[in-house]
Design a binder for this molecule. Sequence first.
Ligand code: IPM
Ligand code: MN
Length: 358
Amino acid sequence: MRLKIAVLPGDGIGPEIVREGMKAITAVCEVFGHELEQEQALVGAAAIEACGEPYPVATHQLCMESKAVFFGAIGDPKYDNDPSAKVRPEQGLLAMRKQLGLYANLRPVQTFPALLHKSPLRSDLVEGADFLCIRELTGGLYFGRPQGRSEDGQTAYDTCIYSREEVERILRLAYGYARRRRKKLTLVDKANVLATSRLWREVARDLASEYPEVETEYMFVDNAAMRLVQWPKSFDVMVTENMFGDILTDEASVISGSMGLLPSASVGLHTSLFEPIHGSWPQAAGKNIANPLAQILSAALMFEYAFGLAEEGQAIRRAVEASMQAGVVTADIAMEGGKVYATSEVGDFIREQILSRQ
Ligand code: IPM
Ligand code: MN
């Protein structure tokens, strides 16, 4: 198969983990006989520096022409510490999500037997936890207008807004996944306070009858935050709006032992995008210490979701598990007193695993 992908390393640790992700992708292509056509483009702070815009038109064009976007991370503290900055790197990510129509962000949370000791939760609570968080990605507080400041600058406002159509399309997608999994859907909202949440519930109630085999559960977000640490195994598919999903998936990511392990797929109207959820970790940039596994697992999701190549995705997952079993891992998930490997060493090991396994 010919695979055309746009490669967007972005900022911070983005370039070095994307490099390791590409090692896994090229290895899979070698083994399975796929022809890879890849082109790199700028996004985030790197793009602002080069051309003044966080998501340049040329980058968008490349993304539109590609079958998948393999994305690293966005963000630079230079902008975080300057609230008056006119352009911010994160705007690039938001523009990209909006312009590519990526309304659903899928964040699968799984535990790895070799890493149970790394979880901040007791092993018996996390062992076997396996759920899919589906975060709405192009609506809510992130995009609602008006947003800004009053004239005297003393008041600020954001707007949370959702249409029935936006809610319905993501809920249908979520029901679709729940149907193929353990048939339980948890809608997380704040319907006791927010009008948007009440709309989500109303739409879910309307749709539930079309998916009779799926059990629909409604849960307030504060309760869900607690349940995630108290009983993570009770979730199968969790679906929620943009901001709640942002917060809860950071919380969910550490269940498996490290944030450096959680990949994501964003899907919607145009090209799908694959990225780790952890962000740009600027303090580690260039040090070759960041965990590349979430990026590499995002490559597995890319083969599965964008190209329908399940075996290829599986080959990457097996190689990742082998690296954990062999202890070829970065500091965040290394055994106490065990050897710590560099980002590039982990990537090399995984590449070799993929090449030697088939
Ligand atoms: C994420 C990130 C982004 C978000 C930031 C960088 C804008 O935290 O992908 O979860 O909030 O969506
Ligand atoms: Mn986030």
